[in-house]
Design a protein around this ligand. Structure first.
Ligand code: GAR
Length: 197
């Protein structure tokens, strides 16, 4: 059975769907939910699901990213995950950190990568006049939001969409996509999952 650590920064809705998916004959189990924000709403949700939690508050580290990442690394080394899922984790990770976990770390990003790496993806899709939008799960490499794509879900953009309505319509597709990709990945299958909403 593969051990999965999930890194969050906020509400953790993707984390909840991942945890709930890892039951029965699923090839993985959750071993840790780790947040950079001790007040992240997702931590209480993880505890309610009986998953161990830990927080490494990034604030006391200030601009010292390597020290923050050393603390993250220490927490992860205790949990010994085979796979790390970034799920709404909003800190940029340095190449030195991603190298430690390359081939073992996934991320979900709210755009149809390679479009719109980084922040404000919904606004950027609308401003570009795109007719479709979506989310991607990819392997994490040193390049921000740049690793091999393991799955995407697409939705149509309608004329009256705002960044808020788009984000809200996309989230349920994130919740479909990420568990499907994780299940395949944990079984050693990297065939992309494609969902048309
Ligand atoms: C999700 O929409 C996820 O795709 C996005 O943050 C949200 C987290 O929601 N991630 C990023 O923007 C990564 N740069 P959640 O905490 O409810 O899962």
């Amino acid at each position: 059975t593969k051990r999965v650590a999930i890194l969050i920064s906020g509400g953790g809705s993707n984390m909840v769907t991942l945890v709930n998916s890892m039951t029965g004959d699923h090839p993985a189990r959750p071993v840790l939910v780790l947040s950079n924000d001790p007040n992240a709403g997702g931590l209480a949700k993880a505890r309610a699901l009986n998953v161990p939690t830990f927080a490494v508050d990034h604030k006391p580290f200030g601009k010292d990213r390597p020290a923050f990442e050393a603390a993250l690394q220490k927490a992860l080394e205790v949990a010994k995950p085979d796979i790390i899922c970034l799920a709404g984790f909003m800190r940029i990770l340095t190449p030195e950190f991603t190298r430690n976990w390359e081939g073992r770390m996934l991320n979900i990003h709210p755009s149809l990568l390679p479009k719109y790496k980084g922040l404000h993806t919904h606004v950027r899709a609308l401003e570009a006049g795109d007719t479709e939008h979506g989310c991607s799960v990819h392997e994490v490499t040193a390049e921000l939001d740049g690793g091999p794509i393991l799955g995407q879900a697409k939705i149509a953009i309608s004329a009256d969409d705002t960044a808020e309505t788009l984000a809200a319509r996309l989230l349920p597709f994130e919740h479909q996509l990420y568990p499907q990709v994780l299940q395949r990945y944990a079984a050693g299958d990297r065939t992309p999952v494609m969902i048309n909403g």
